[in-house]
Design a protein around this ligand. Structure first.
Ligand SMILES: Cc1cc2nc3c(=O)[nH]c(=O)nc-3n(C[C@H](O)[C@H](O)[C@H](O)COP(=O)(O)OP(=O)(O)OC[C@H]3O[C@@H](n4cnc5c(N)ncnc54)[C@H](O)[C@@H]3O)c2cc1C
Length: 319
């Protein structure tokens, strides 16, 4: 936003918005790696109507992204221009609909969704408990674990576009794959018209689970969390698996086989407990983490011939 747009926007904001707009926000406080740069503006809406209103009046030139719990995200040290929409702690509605689907808004954490489904004697939501992100982030990433993926349970999604209009979409309107979700024009073809590629943000979802025994679901959640505690370095800031698994391979196995466990740059270290995790030992910068990611890629490529591709999203400018 230029100065005039900012002044104009500030006037409108005072008049109609109910959320919180902050400037020059340290994103290390909003990502699970606890590292990284600042963002120019961060808006946490009061609710869905407020988010739509914010997008309606925000100048069209302003770049915008949405985030949830920042558990798959790194902002480079040079920071990010534009506005981040913080949906965690904002869009938190969760209910069972008359047709039996569960409606969850984008800011609901996975663990809350899993427990809610179990409480209503629904099965199939247990795996969400292991993913420390929000519904919005899980939809954007098609997050999954233990053989289940987010979009397998989606009946339809609710999105808001850059002009603040709400729409409902069905899974057939997306290309969905392993940690990949992309809006398509018609089933089978990508959106070709660049003007339609303006961002859309997930704001809610209707999920279909099976009727079952809530007690069994709770036991499964407990077992799943136990397995995660045993295998993941959850005592140190991290962003889960850094690299996507190459076809037929496990990124963790490849990294370990190259002797990279414990490799460290600045405060960032390849975890000894799980080789596909990079942990912040204290004071890691986004550059430390990104440089370590690059080093792992180079070594694995040299020693095995396999290219590793990051699953984590890295955004913003280098310092
Ligand atoms: C300890 C640990 C374990 C993990 N285990 C798993 C696992 O088993 N399986 C797995 O898949 N992932 C795992 N992750 C990664 C992460 O939790 C998931 O990718 C999760 O879906 C990210 O959700 P989030 O709300 O934190 O998204 P963020 O990190 O905030 O955002 C991630 C991306 O999604 C976009 N996004 C976020 N919200 C929206 C929205 N409402 N609309 C549009 N785009 C949006 C962001 O712009 C960004 O590009 C793990 C992470 C950690 C720290």
């Amino acid at each position: 936003m230029n100065m005039m747009e900012t002044a104009q926007f500030a006037g409108q904001e005072a008049a109609s918005l109910r959320g919180e707009l902050r400037h020059d926000v340290d994103m290390s406080r909003h990502v699970s790696w606890r590292a990284g740069g600042h963002v120019q503006r961060l808006y946490q809406p009061a609710d869905l109507d407020d988010l739509a209103e914010f997008l309606r009046i925000l100048p069209r030139s302003e770049p915008v992204i949405a985030i949830g719990l920042g558990s798959n995200l790194l902002v480079r040290n040079g920071g990010l221009s534009g506005t981040v929409l913080l949906l965690h702690g904002a869009l938190g509605e969760l209910r069972v609909e008359p047709d039996g689907t569960v409606y969850a808004q984008a800011g609901v954490p996975g663990a809350k969704l899993a427990r809610f489904a179990a409480l209503h004697n629904l099965r199939g939501a247990e795996f969400f408990a292991g993913i420390p992100g929000t519904v919005g982030g899980m939809l954007a990433m098609n997050a999954g674990c233990y053989g289940s993926e987010t979009w397998e349970t989606v009946e339809r999604v609710q999105v808001v576009d850059r002009s603040g209009e709400l729409h409902e979409c069905i899974p057939a309107e997306y290309e969905i794959g392993y940690r990949h979700v992309e809006r398509i024009e018609e089933p089978g073809s990508r959106i070709k018209d660049a003007s339609r590629q303006t961002p859309e943000f997930f704001v809610g979802v209707w999920l279909r689970f099976q009727a079952g025994d809530g007690e069994i679901a709770r036991r499964e959640i407990k077992a799943l969390l136990g397995r995660r505690m045993a295998s993941q370095p959850l005592n140190l800031p991290n962003a889960g698996s850094v690299f996507r698994n190459p076809p037929g391979e496990h990124a963790a196995r490849l990294i370990e086989s190259c002797g990279l466990k414990g490799r460290q740059i600045g405060g960032a270290r390849v975890s000894e407990k799980h080789a596909n995790f990079i942990v912040n030992m204290g004071g890691a910068t986004a550059a430390d983490i990104e440089n370590l990611i690059k080093e792992v890629q180079v070594v694995v490529q040299q020693q095995t011939g396999i290219s590793l591709h990051p699953e984590v999203r890295i955004i913003g400018e280098a310092a």
